[in-house]
Design a protein around this ligand. Structure first.
Ligand code: NAI
Length: 336
C-alpha cells in the first residue's frame, strides 16, 4: 500500500564537509556575535571559543542553539586551553585585542595588540600548522605581517592561508554608495584595494557603473567616508569601543567564503589583505585586492585593474604608509 501523504525518505550519498573553526578572543564585542554567526553556519560542525575570560560561559550559552555544530569554550587559565582550542582546527579567526577609543588611530593599538597576536600566532603554528588564519585584530596592516613572520619562523607559513579581514571596508562601501545612488545595498559591490586603515583603504569607484554619475564632491566625500567609516562608529560609541556587530557580520561572511572555497565551490571572490606579488619589488609584501578562494585557500590573487589618475595618486600615498606599517610588524617579531 502506498502512503501518499508521507514524503519518501531519501538518503544523501554525498559526504558533507565538516569544519572545525576556532575563534581566539571569542568573548569580546566582535567575538561573541561572530561566534553566534559561526554557530549558525552549517559548514561549521565543531566550534571552539578561546578567550582569557568567560569562554565557557559564552560557549555554554551558544551550545543551546539547535544547529549541527558542537561548541566548546577554552580559557587561558585551564591546562592547555589554547592548545586544545587549536588542535587540528581548519580555520582560526583572531579578534583578540583591544579596540579603539575616540581620538585613537588603528596604529595606536599596535603596542598591545602586536604582542597578543604574536603569541596567538606562535600557538597556532604549533597546534594547527595547516589551518587558515583570519586576522581581525588591528592594526591589520601590521598584525598580518606579524603572523606571517611568526609562522615563517616556525616553518608553517602557507601564504595561501593567511588573510587580513578587510571585509568591513567592502560592506561599508556597498552601504554608503547605495545610500547615494538609491539602490539595494545587497547588490552593490565596490572593489577595495590597499590596506585596512584610513588612507591605505582605496575604494576603486571608477570600476563601479556609477562613476560618471557621481560629482567630484560626491566621490571625494564617499571615498573619505569609506576610509574613515570606522571613526563614525568609534565616535558614536563614545569610548565604548569600535565596530563590533558590522564587523562580526563581515568576519562571518569572510570565514564562510573561505569555507566555501575549501568545499570546492567555484568563483568565490572576496577582498583581503594577503601576501601578494603586486608590489613586492617595492618592499610591500602584503596588499589587499580581490582573491579567489579555493580548496587550498587562495587560488588566485586578482590584479587591481585600471585606475583613474586620482586613484593612482591615492595608491601612491597608500603604498608609502603600508610599507612602514608592514616593516613595523616585521621589526616587532625580530625584537621578540
Ligand atoms: P573587545 O575588547 O570587546 O574584545 C577583545 C577580546 O579579546 C576580549 O574578550 C579579550 O578578553 C580578548 N583577549 C585579549 N587578549 C587575549 C589573548 N591574549 N588571548 C585571547 N583573547 C584575548 O574588542 P573588540 O571590539 O572585539 O575588537 C577586537 C579587535 O578587532 C580590536 O583589535 C579591534 O581594533 C579589531 N577590529 C578590527 C576590525 C577590522 O575591520 N578588521 C573592525 C573592528 C575592530
Amino acid at each position: 500500500m502506498s502512503l501518499p501523504f508521507l514524503a519518501k525518505r531519501t538518503f544523501s550519498t554525498s559526504i558533507p564537509n565538516l569544519y572545525k573553526v576556532t575563534v581566539l578572543g571569542a568573548c569580546g564585542g566582535i567575538g561573541q556575535p561572530l561566534s553566534l554567526l559561526l554557530k549558525l553556519n552549517n559548514k561549521v560542525t565543531d566550534l571552539r571559543l578561546y578567550d582569557i575570560k568567560n569562554a565557557k560561559g559564552v560557549a555554554t550559552d551558544l551550545s543551546h542553539i539547535p544547529t549541527a555544530s558542537k561548541v566548546n569554550g577554552y580559557s587561558a587559565d585551564e591546562n592547555s586551553g589554547l592548545a586544545n582550542s587549536l588542535d587540528s582546527t581548519d580555520l582560526i579567526v583572531i579578534p583578540a585585542g583591544i579596540p579603539r577609543k575616540p581620538g585613537m588611530t588603528r596604529d595606536d593599538l599596535f603596542n598591545i595588540n602586536a604582542k597578543i597576536v604574536h603569541d596567538l600566532a606562535v600557538a597556532s603554528a604549533k597546534h594547527a600548522p595547516n589551518a587558515a588564519v583570519l586576522v581581525i585584530s588591528n592594526p591589520i596592516n601590521s598584525t598580518v605581517p606579524i603572523v606571517a613572520k611568526v609562522l615563517q619562523k616556525n616553518g608553517t607559513y602557507n601564504p595561501k592561508k593567511l588573510f587580513g579581514v578587510t571585509t568591513l571596508d567592502s560592506i561599508r562601501a556597498s552601504t554608503f554608495i547605495s545610500e547615494i545612488v538609491k539602490t539595494d545595498p545587497t547588490n552593490e559591490k565596490v572593489n577595495i584595494i590597499g590596506g585596512h586603515s584610513g588612507i591605505t583603504i582605496i575604494p576603486v569607484l571608477s570600476q563601479t557603473s556609477y562613476y560618471n554619475r557621481l560629482s567630484d564632491d560626491e566621490k571625494t566625500n564617499l571615498i573619505n567616508r569609506i576610509q574613515f567609516g570606522g571613526d563614525e562608529v568609534v565616535k558614536a560609541k563614545n569610548g565604548a569601543g569600535s565596530a563590533t556587530l558590522s564587523m562580526a557580520y563581515a568576519g562571518s561572511r569572510f570565514a564562510n567564503a573561505v569555507l566555501d572555497g575549501f568545499e570546492g565551490k567555484q568563483n568565490v571572490v572576496e577582498a583581503s589583505f594577503v601576501d601578494s606579488p603586486l608590489f613586492k619589488d617595492e618592499g610591500i609584501d602584503f596588499f589587499a585586492t580581490n582573491v579567489t578562494l579555493g580548496t587550498d585557500g587562495i587560488e588566485k590573487i586578482h590584479d587591481f585593474g585600471e585606475l583613474q589618475p586620482e586613484e593612482i595618486s591615492l595608491l601612491e600615498n597608500c603604498k608609502e604608509t603600508l610599507k612602514k606599517n608592514i616593516k613595523k610588524g616585521y621589526e616587532f617579531v625580530e625584537s621578540n
